[in-house]
Design a protein around this ligand. Structure first.
Ligand code: ADP
Ligand code: MG
Length: 205
């Protein structure tokens, strides 16, 4: 079983659309209230681009997603999400996204976000949800689990990591300007990246 990147992005766009107001509310509390609109604009552009010029391979699809997000999202999260997908594309082999393939591409994407944003676990960013999800994927692959089980584990880890951002004080991005006042609010980027993992799970049927 494999994950089709185009299905993954359709699910992601639908989840972002459904949750855009919540993403914006979280960003209103500790940022500038644009994360929902940023992500909605970006994921809508991705779905449109994939439909207009359908890529021939999973790697080409991931690359197109990355370039479209960089062009359309803006803010801090646009270049970070864009880098995630460009790095993922580079790590995507011919076999596409089975459990091991998916774990490898998201690990590469995570490394790209770290290289670009210089955040660490505990800084109250998207990394706090993404990093545990990627660790869970690796663990599932080592245990020989199938893609569905691996994605279930990754989603549970992402949700736990997302929830753990609430008591954190932000040390990166716009929210860090608030200092201690950033405590007590869920991080918007950790919330959207959890939707990205949920979208992958929903795209595998
Ligand atoms: P902006 O902060 O420019 O308005 P968004 O609102 O779209 O951009 O995105 C904010 C999210 O970006 C934050 O909630 C956080 O998760 C993420 N983020 C910000 N800076 C970094 C960073 N250096 N590394 C990782 N993620 C970051
Ligand atoms: Mg913002």
């Amino acid at each position: 079983m494999t994950l089709d990147p185009i299905e993954w992005m359709r699910e992601f766009a639908a989840l972002v659309d459904e949750n855009a107001d919540a993403l914006t509310e979280f960003d209103a509390a500790i940022g500038d209230a644009d994360h929902g609109s940023n992500m909605r604009r970006g994921t809508a552009a991705v779905v449109a681009a994939l439909a207009e010029s359908p890529p021939e391979t999973p790697a080409a699809a991931l690359k197109q997603v990355g370039m479209t997000l960089i062009r359309s999202v803006g803010g801090a999260s646009g270049p970070l999400y864009g880098t995630f997908f460009l790095r993922a594309a580079s790590a995507c082999g011919e076999n596409g996204l089975d459990a091991a393939g998916f774990a490898a591409v998201v690990r590469a994407g995570l490394d790209g976000i770290v290289a670009r944003g210089k955040a660490e676990p505990g800084d109250k960013t998207m990394l706090d949800a993404l990093s545990p999800a990627v660790d869970a994927l690796d663990e599932s692959v080592r245990a020989g689990e199938e893609l569905v089980q691996a994605l279930d584990a990754a989603l549970a880890a992402a949700e736990k990591g997302r929830d753990a951002t609430t008591p954190m004080q932000a040390r990166k991005g716009r929210a860090s300007y608030l200092g201690e006042r950033s405590v007590g609010h869920q991080d918007p980027g950790a919330t959207s990246v959890t939707l990205l993992i949920r979208a992958a799970r929903q795209a595998v049927r």
